[in-house]
Design a protein around this ligand. Sequence first.
Ligand SMILES: CC(C)(COP(=O)(O)OP(=O)(O)OC[C@H]1O[C@@H](n2cnc3c(N)ncnc32)[C@H](O)[C@@H]1OP(=O)(O)O)[C@@H](O)C(=O)NCCC(=O)NCCS
Length: 174
Amino acid sequence: MPLIIRPLSVSEAEAEAAIPALAALLQEAVADGASVGFLPPLALDAAVAFWRGVCNGVVSGERTLLGAFEGADLVGTVQLVRSAMPNQAHRGDVSKMLVAARAQRRGLGAALLARVEDTARAAGLRLLVLDTVPGHAGERLYQRHGWQRAGEIPGYALDGAGGAFATIFFYKPL
Ligand SMILES: CC(C)(COP(=O)(O)OP(=O)(O)OC[C@H]1O[C@@H](n2cnc3c(N)ncnc32)[C@H](O)[C@@H]1OP(=O)(O)O)[C@@H](O)C(=O)NCCC(=O)NCCS
């Protein structure tokens, strides 16, 4: 099945329709131990509420939400969030890179990353920033694709088991 990556537009009600699949992706990642902002177990209501907030950000123009589809199946997502500050209008954050476990290790993460970088370039951005957990698949993905490691902060995010994850910040000039 060919993979199609495209922006989800709230005005077409497409992002709204994608919320259940996006919520399932997020729940799966959190249950698998990913550090993506939430602690396990992530309730469906909380996941849906998160994506509704994302949709609002798409409507306001604050962010672009990309979806990766195999046929009708949403198997991955990533967001480009523009900086709200006037002195960082050239900068964006890459956020919530998620690939369904059933679709991992086939280059989908790399394809989403390339597409979000192209989206940022097309919007005139010149610098991207993201953070991820050391030793997880994201760290290798970003290093492989030319992102620069800015540094690591220990104990940055709680892991839900009484400990905490470090976070590495990466940046990429475009
Ligand atoms: C991080 C994440 C997005 C990567 O997605 P992915 O689609 O598996 O990414 P890719 O397939 O491009 O690369 C992953 C691995 O598969 C390998 N790969 C890519 N294409 C492949 C193929 N055709 N056959 C076999 N392996 C392949 C890559 O070399 C890479 O190997 P490595 O991790 O050992 O270095 C995914 O693991 C994920 O969603 N994790 C949970 C959420 C998370 O942590 N997100 C990051 C937050 S910053």
